[in-house]
Structure formats: structure tokens, C-alpha cells
Ligand binder design. Sequence first.
Ligand SMILES: Cc1ncc(COP(=O)(O)O)c(C=O)c1O
Length: 471
Amino acid sequence: MNWNDFAPWGRRVADWAQEYHQTVGDKPVRARTRPGEVLNALPAAPPEGGEDMEAIFADFENIVMPGITHWQHPRFFAYFNSNAAAPSVLAEFLVSAISPQCMLWQTSPAATEMETRMMDWLRQALGLPDPFAGVIQDSASSATLAAVLTMREKALNWKGNSEGLPGQTPLRVYASSEVHTSIDRAIWIAGIGQDNLIRVPIKGEWRGMDPQALENAIQSDLDAGLKPAGLILCVGGTGTGATDPVRECLAVAKKYGLYTHIDAAWAGSAMICPEFRHYWEGVEEADSIVFNPHKWLGAQFDCSAHFVRDPEDLVKTLAISPEYLKTHGAEGIINYSEWSIPLGRRFRALKLWFLIRAYGLEGLRERLRNHVAWSQKLHDKLAAHPDFEIVTKPMWSLWTFRFVPNSSTGLDVLNQNLVNEINDDGRIYLTQTRVDGALVIRFQTGQFETTEDDVMMAYDVITEIAERLTQ
Ligand SMILES: Cc1ncc(COP(=O)(O)O)c(C=O)c1O
């Protein structure tokens, strides 16, 4: 293939993508592929000669597409969504055509300066104060790792990178049991060690950290000669939307000089609506905050927005500067690779620019508000059904429930079977989690094009399949 053939193929791909998005709701949400099926359909060895694009595209449709779980399906209620609003997909198409590598300002000034501006647009949209500056990371996991490395370096007086961890006073990081496991992994990679990730007890309906228990844990570590280094809070945890009392916990952390990071990977998008901001009151005192615009704002995957109060902390922790990466003769520029772990960086800001301009903040808020309202409506309807109990109340658009038909025992198995049957059915897609040891079913709404009818259809599917299971 050469570039003369590109435009006709580009048009065909665009037509295909439009039709895909307009008809994806007719397909089963979860792939029905058996393990190994796609692998075995692919030749074991690469072709020696070039192949015709027509054949490649046919195989894409025949081999790949049947093995795809449709994350853009309007009835994808599992995990958290990973969205792809049309304007952001167009931006990605352009980015893939230009394919710039945006590690330094000079390797694409437009990408760097667009990133600065978009992160500031997002900062304003979320109602965060001026001192926060931002960088786009590939994932919340990377942003959290950058934050954990920063808390490690600060606690070690910036000596961890040079001297390593052996011989240092063990560092302690605090989080509740509700944080995402990417926090555990960041702790492992940073060399802090799982045993030094202290789980602070939770309390209340939001399943948030108990600030007094946090202070007790810090105090007891200090008494034992250990070094408290950081606090990681969650706002909208993965299982149930657990949310820590941000203001109170940050006040404790500040008292003891801890670096603080807030994981709002999913719920952060909702903060463009002022009425949801009470969930993270006090957030302006944090050192680091991450949220994923691809999860709920509509940005095409991947796009993770990482805000920091003081970028210098990140740069001191992560910047590498061999001679070939130095920018001479340009003052006041940002090299975003110094704010993140990978050196090579994609141009992710363009899709935010397209997205925010195409819908405006009001258009995006409307979608989020609808998702929350429709999810609440479904919650109310299922709560009124005698065979279902609500386990955790809606946090934004996420809540959990359990099928509890009369005198049933073995409820964990029954509920897992229900999830499996629902997902095999294909009209909707749900996932399970555990709350206080019990297996429960999660429901969340966040697909960009979902409608009220899509959400309410979940009631019919859940109750119909549950009834069948107990017959
Ligand atoms: C609350 C929370 N934090 C972090 C993550 C990890 O996100 P990423 O896949 O961007 O690393 C997730 C993933 O769903 C999440 O729900």
C-alpha cells in the first residue's frame, strides 16, 4: 500500500466506524469467543510478501471483530466505561496520521502547549484552584506511580533515586481497603513494599477512611521509628464508589507532612458538575490528583489527567536529562516527559480539544447528569423488587445489589451465576465485586451514547434472568 491508496481506505474506515457506532447496540456486549479462537485464526508465521489491503480488512472484520467486547455499546454497565466520543476519535485519527513523539517541547511545540492549555481547561472545569498544573498520562496507574515515587523521594529528602532503599528507615503509605489495586502495584514498584501500605479502617455510607484511625496509624508508626511518607485517598473507588472524607484526611496528612495523592480515576469527570463537588470538598489541599477523561468524560481511550500542586516535585523525581534531550536556547518551556515515567509521549491533548469544543462543558455535563439520574431511576425500581436488595447506595452512577430470593442460601454462588447468565445473554454487561466479603453485583452507567431506555432495559434483563435462575 502507498499513500495514494490511503484516502479511499481512510474513507472506508470512517464509514465503517460510523456504522459500527450506530449499530453496536444490536450486538451482544461481551465477546462470545472461546480462549484460543483468535490466536488459532492468525497464521503462526508472518507473511514474507505484502498482502492486499482488501484481504487484511476482510480478516479484521472476520477474525478480530467477533472477538471484541464492545466497550462502546450503550448497555456496557461493567467495570467503568472507556469512551470514544466521535470528535475525540477524529482527533486520534489525525494524531495517528501525524504520529508526533511529544517527549519535549521542541519535539512538537504545539502538542506541549496544547497539553498545557487543555490541562488548564480541565482544571477550571473541575473547579480546582490556580496552583494546580497538569500533565496527561497514559493511565491512572502511571499517574499514581509517579505520585508514589514522588512521595518516596520527598520522604527520603530526594536521596532514594541515588542511594536506593536499603538502609533507609522504612516508609509508610496510608490508604483504605477501597483503593484500586494500581495503588498496591505502585507501592511494589516504588520499592516501599506491600507491608508498608497501611490499610486505614473505613466507616460510613461512603465507605471512606476514618480520619481518626489515620492519625492513630501515623502516630503509632512514628512511635515505632518508621517514616510516614504519603497518603492516597480514593474518590469514587472501583468496587462501590467509596469516597474518603478528603478535607479531614488531608488535614491529618498535612499535620504530619505527608505527600498526598487522590485517585478519582472515574469520578473525577463528574466534578465538571458543581453539584457533585461536595464529594471531594477540601481537594484543593491535595498535592496530586488523577482522573481519566476516557472513563467518563468521553475522551477516546487513553487519556489520564494528572494534576499536581508543585510540578517541581515531579520533575525532581522523574526527570532524566542526557545531553541529547536538552533544549538549548528556549526559556520557560515544559518538557512533559520530565513529568511522567515514559520518555516517548503521544499527542493526547488534541482529542480533549476536539471533545471539549464539540460539546462544550454544558453538553458534557448534561450527559453526566443524565447518567446519574437514569442510574438512580434504575436503582429505585430494583430496590422496590422484593427479591433484590441494594447493598451500596448510588455514588454518582454506581451502586451495588444482590439477588436475594426467599430463603435462598448460597447467595454468592447464585449472584455469580446471575452475572454469568446476564453476560452470556448479551443484552447488557455487568461485573461483580465484594462488599464486606459478600459477592454483589455492580451497576454503573457512563457510556457516552447511552439512553434512558438502554439503562432501564437492564431492569428487564436482570429480573427476567434472575427469575429463570430460580425456576
Ligand atoms: C478508581 C480507579 N483507579 C485507578 C484505576 C486504574 O486505571 P488505569 O487503567 O487508567 O490505570 C481504575 C480502573 O478502573 C479505577 O477504577
